[in-house]
Write a protein that binds this ligand. Structure first.
Ligand code: ATP
Ligand code: MG
Length: 737
């Protein structure tokens, strides 16, 4: 084949896939083999060589960030704008469809998105009104049930309620849906389901999009659930016997399927080859991301799973460094070790943004964050507690949501008494009852009850003044720019003053976040987002806030280490990767050990984590960890034992840090030893790091650190009840226990 700029830097198989005639395609290949790259180049090829309009292409990615990157890459390759191309996550695209066709799906124009947190609150309220025993029925479980059913495409009337359990959940689902519909609220699963029903039931709409999207391309296909796949089928005309048969390209890796717990189905890959005729299957085998060491370690871990589609992966990347394995005595030590390694990396002139810290559970991040803070290493949390999830930001957004839609019960609940304005739990209870009996939203009920004097005295006045406040805010800010509108709402509602009156660092951050929200609104460019032009700026912003999964946080341009869960690392790559907390009971998680099939999924997650590393992988675990409020003893994860020993380098600490607290200094250096070293005694006192000791007054604890020599020597102990303390060894009279 003659050389073409779009085909440069592709291997033969990639080139064949990119330049193939229009057809259905399955690209099935392991991590780092260039699947996403093929997808990007394929889109560029369709535009440039087949002269398709961007309008006729829909591409589905796993995160909003990936979508933005993909659009950027395609534009770079073809040298023109691709605004008309639909590219985004399934949720983002579903949202877009519903906005465009809100009337067809029976939603108000100003419908709002309910995030997971709000969904839970709402369920709690509904379950209370149903008088369900709170001990037996938890909102969290109901949420799980409802979302799972929605992901399978099931409405309450589809459920037969064959036992008491299911009958109750069915009733909850029913009541919840009625409440959502009345309030114009749509949860995440509902976005997908409604959009699916729209396409399925409305022939005109369906045909319009079938005619439009000649090519549909899906990345990370192994993690699509039933409803998402059904979507692809409807849009492509596949399986539905539609007259518009479009081309579908799916890209995936069965070994990286990590959302089975959320209903994703690996079998969709097989199903695809059955549902579509003449699928061209392309397998890529060369890995361009990682060193041989990292790749062969990852390959041997995943080899312990059965039922794999089977793929070969090799690299020309050279062996590179071995994988460092650090056995920490507890999570503080682990975090400190990681911080010290990052400092060393940075001192060698490497960028911090090339480093990722991956963990199994979000709860692990706090300790890591503290260690980084102490070491003054800037960091960013990716997909963690995102900006729009923070309490104060959600408060402000709730006011804005009420401005946009008075029937938003979840928003009203959140702010009717924030800041406090004398509307107590009792009053709220009456309003909820009234709303239920009269079939009204909380807003309308509150208004009626106060005017009809069902509510009396102070309560009535407080409710009425809240109602006036929201009304006035809307009138006053109607003509304002978005930024000014939000600024006014934050101030006039009393939110700003409330957080300003609070003391401490946390309150300061909250005030900063509120200010940042105004900034975000000022900078919010409605045109640059995936929303139809006829939405109000406020509605567009609220949708953006709900959908944005925190991938862009503050200080976007600062060089910073990235922290994220293993799940959110999918598809990404970093020169240096730390996988932390690789312990039995944490990773694999305790639950996965109890449920069939889950262990294999944890192993795939391990494979995903390892294959994010380009140059260097560091694995750490702690023998003792305080997590979820409990101290636990752990063994190294079985996944570590599945790595060939020749790929591993056991690290242990050589010298002590001189610091005045658990994290400071980071002057400790960590030597490199081959073969499994354990923590040996190297404190002069005869105590070992990690050892359990008893103090007469402070009780029992664990030795964390040690400094100085002779009579000056001090020891740091993490006491079970009191936390960590530095003690002079000569006086402490510690005993081993
Ligand atoms: P994952 O399964 O993790 O999503 P992937 O298969 O999508 O991985 P990519 O992210 O597309 O892999 O590619 C991995 C890395 O290899 C990227 O940095 C990419 O730019 C690079 N790469 C892919 N193909 C080639 C090639 N032919 N020549 C040079 N570099 C390549
Ligand atoms: Mg990819």
């Amino acid at each position: 084949m003659t050389s073409h700029p779009l085909l440069e830097q592709l291997n033969d198989k990639q080139r064949a896939a990119v330049s193939a005639p229009e057809r259905h395609m399955l690209v099935l290949a392991g991590a780092g083999s260039g699947k996403t790259r093929v997808l990007v180049h394929r889109i560029a090829w369709l535009l440039q060589e087949y002269h398709l309009s961007p309008y006729s292409i829909m591409a589905v990615t796993f995160t909003n960030k990936a979508a933005a990157e993909m659009r950027g890459r395609v534009e770079e390759l073809v040298g023109s704008s691709t605004r008309a191309m639909w590219i985004g996550t399934f949720h983002g695209l579903a949202h877009r469809l519903l906005r465009a066709h809100y009337m067809d799906v029976g939603l108000p124009q100003n419908f709002q998105i309910l995030d997971s947190d709000d969904q839970q609150r709402m369920l709690k309220r509904i379950m209370r009104s149903m008088n369900l025993d709170e001990k037996r029925w938890s909102p969290k479980q109901a949420q799980w049930f409802i979302n799972a059913k929605k992901d399978e495409g099931l409405r309450p009337h589809h459920l037969d309620g064959h036992d008491f359990n299911e009958r109750t959940y069915k009733e909850i689902y029913d009541a919840y849906q009625v409440a959502c519909d009345r309030a114009g609220l749509v949860d995440f699963a509902e976005l997908l389901l409604r959009a699916h029903e729209l396409l399925r039931d409305n022939r005109i709409v369906r045909e319009h999009y079938q005619k439009r999207f000649r090519h549909i391309l899906v990345d990370e296909f192994q993690d699509t659930n039933a409803i998402q796949y059904a979507w692809v089928k409807l849009l492509s005309g596949g399986g539905a016997g539609g007259e518009h048969e479009n081309y579908v390209t799916i890209v995936g890796d069965d070994d990286q399927s990590i959302y089975g717990w959320r209903g994703a189905k690996i079998e969709n890959i097989h199903q695809f080859t059955r549902d579509y005729p003449n699928v061209d299957t392309i397998r890529l085998e060369q890995n361009y991301r990682s060193t041989n060491t990292i790749l062969s370690a990852a390959n041997s871990v995943i080899a312990n799973n059965s039922d794999r589609l089977g793929k070969e992966l090799w690299t020309e990347g050279g062996n590179g460094e071995s994988i460092d394995l650090y056995a920490a005595y507890n999570e503080l030590d682990e975090a400190r070790y990681i911080a010290s390694q990052i400092e060393a990396w940075h001192e060698q002139g490497n960028a911090l943004q090339d480093v990722a810290l991956l963990y199994r559970s979000n709860a692990q991040s706090r300790v890591l964050e503290e260690a980084l803070l102490h070491a003054r290493i800037p960091y960013r949390i990716y997909g963690g507690l995102r900006f729009f999830d923070r309490q104060e930001v959600k408060d402000a957004l709730a006011y804005l949501r009420l401005l946009a839609n008075r029937n938003d019960d979840a928003a009203l609940e959140r702010v009717i008494n924030t800041p406090t304005r004398g509307i107590g739990a009792r009053t709220l209870e009456i309003v909820r009852d009234g709303a239920r009996q009269r079939g009204l939203s909380l807003w309308d009920a509150a208004k009626q009850l106060a005017t009809e004097k069902v509510l009396t005295g102070r309560a009535a006045n407080a409710v009425l003044s809240f109602i006036d406040l929201v009304q006035e805010l809307e009138d006053e800010t109607a003509e304002y720019s978005l930024g000014r509108q939000v600024d006014t709402v934050i101030k006039s509602s009393g939110l700003m003053a409330m957080y300003q009156a609070e003391k401490g660092e946390k309150a300061e951050t909250r005030v900063e976040n509120l200010k940042e929200l105004v900034n975000a609104c000022d900078n919010f460019d409605q045109l640059g987002t995936e929303t139809p032009e006829d939405m109000t700026p406020l509605n567009a912003f609220l949708a953006h806030a709900a959908l944005e999964s925190g991938e862009e946080q503050a200080e976007e341009h600062q060089d910073a280490v990235q922290l994220m869960t293993l799940h959110s690392a999918k598809g990404l790559e970093f020169p240096l990767v730390f996988m932390c907390g690789v312990e039995e009971g944490l990773f694999p998680s305790q639950q996965s050990l109890d449920e069939a099939g889950r262990l294999a999924e944890e192993r795939r997650l391990c494979y995903v984590g390892m294959t994010r590393a380009m140059q260097k992988l560091v694995i750490t675990y702690a023998e003792q960890r305080r997590i979820y409020g409990q101290e636990k003893l752990h063994r190294a994860s079985r996944f570590i034992a599945e790595i060939p020993p020749e790929n591993l380098n056991h690290v242990r600490m050589q010298t002590r840090s001189r610091s005045s607290d658990g994290f400071g200094g980071n002057q400790a250096s960590y030597g490199r030893f081959h073969s499994g070293a354990s923590h040996e005694a190297f404190t002069e006192s005869g105590f070992q790091l990690g050892q359990r000791v008893r103090h007469v007054k402070f009780g029992e604890g664990t030795v964390l650190n040690y400094e100085g020599s002779g009579p000056q020597s001090r020891i740091q102990v993490n006491f079970d009840d009191l936390g960590s303390k530095w003690l002079v060894v000569a006086y402490a009279r510690l005993e081993r226990c």
